[in-house]
Design a protein around this ligand. Structure first.
Ligand code: GZL
Length: 313
């Protein structure tokens, strides 16, 4: 677990004050650094003190381990921070530590991924509707294959037990259930990383390369890794194998511009500004919505060239 102090004014101060006014001390327990999306989210959060002189950030990288995130939250409680933000690596196992924060009268904001815990244990959730993202991805596949064309899908799942993986898989599977021509024939976790996505896709191709004609990847990083595997296997990604993924990172827009993928469902990582506003509202006793949903789009090949220069991550 790596914890750092970000004040934005370059001074590592323990007493959080500037110009006499007490700063809001925000502790952020991050999942890890597994993907381009995650890096973009981390950068957006670390920019908070630069754009909000009244906030001091304490940031912890959980290295994709729940026990590290729980330790970070307990450390934030011991430091008596004003607000705790958690991006939970998995959905379950948070009740005890969230109760400890509540007993310490420290409000908690859940960011990006969601938790399976009583809603009374956190003040707000800022993030995406992962099921909706899965439905959007399935619609791209259905629009291409219709009700008749055989579609044999290889699915690269995200981190097992994460709300991103659970929600996207649920939304996708519910949407394709009435299409008898559309089947998931291989499904395994690539843990949201490029390297693992490539490795799992290589195994899929080895066993069923002659059958797979569609790849559904729960995030772009695994999809980029899979595209490399498909090319090394001797097939044309985006043509021999129809591809759809979630996030909207720059590298995947480049792939789409090059004709190597067929659909990107955006998942917004730039949550820093919303998190700062929500933390300030809570500390100042203002009402905040329980679920602040991120704004997200879907991109198809004819939009890639125009959208690529706009991508910030
Ligand atoms: C989704 C986020 C996921 C991204 C992945 O909101 O939690 O985790 O889709 C990231 O790229 O690793």
């Amino acid at each position: 677990m790596v914890t750092a102090l970000f004040t934005g004014c370059g001074s590592a101060s323990t007493s959080a004050s500037s110009g006499g006014k007490k700063k809001i001390v925000l502790g952020f327990a991050q999942v890890g650094a597994e993907s381009g999306w995650r890096t973009a989210e981390t950068n957006s959060v670390k920019d908070i003190p630069k754009n909000n002189s009244d906030i001091q950030l304490r940031f912890s990288d959980g290295q994709q381990k729940q026990e590290n995130q729980i330790k970070a939250i307990r450390s934030f409680i011991a430091q008596k921070v004003d607000v705790i933000a958690l991006d939970p690596v998995v959905e379950t196992g948070w009740d005890t530590v969230l109760k400890e924060a509540q007993d310490a009268k420290i409000p908690v904001i859940i960011v990006d991924r969601s938790v399976n815990a009583s809603k009374s244990l956190y003040t707000a959730f800022l993030g995406s509707d992962m099921e909706e993202e899965g439905k959007k991805a399935a619609k791209i596949v259905i629009d291409h294959f219709g009700k008749d064309k055989p579609c044999n899908i290889a699915e690269l799942q995200g981190t097992v037990g994460s709300s991103a993986m659970v929600g996207r898989q649920k939304g996708f599977n519910e949407t394709i259930k009435d299409y008898t021509n559309i089947k998931i024939i291989k499904s395994e976790s690539g843990d949201f990383t490029r390297a693992k996505g490539k490795e799992v896709m290589e195994a899929f191709l080895k066993s069923d390369g002659n059958k797979i004609n569609c790849l559904w990847s729960h995030n772009d990083d695994m999809g980029v890794g899979a595209i490399q595997a498909i090319e090394e296997y001797g097939k044309k990604p985006g043509k021999d194998i129809f591809i759809v993924s979630v996030d909207g990172i720059k590298d995947m827009f480049q792939m789409m511009k090059d004709g190597k993928t067929n659909g990107i469902v955006e998942c917004n990582p730039l949550l820093g500004p919303q998190l700062a506003e929500t933390a300030k509202a809570i500390v100042n006793g203002k009402h905040v919505e329980k679920f602040v949903k991120s704004k997200e789009s879907v991109y198809l090949p004819d939009q890639a060239a125009k959208e690529l220069p706009n991508r910030k991550y």
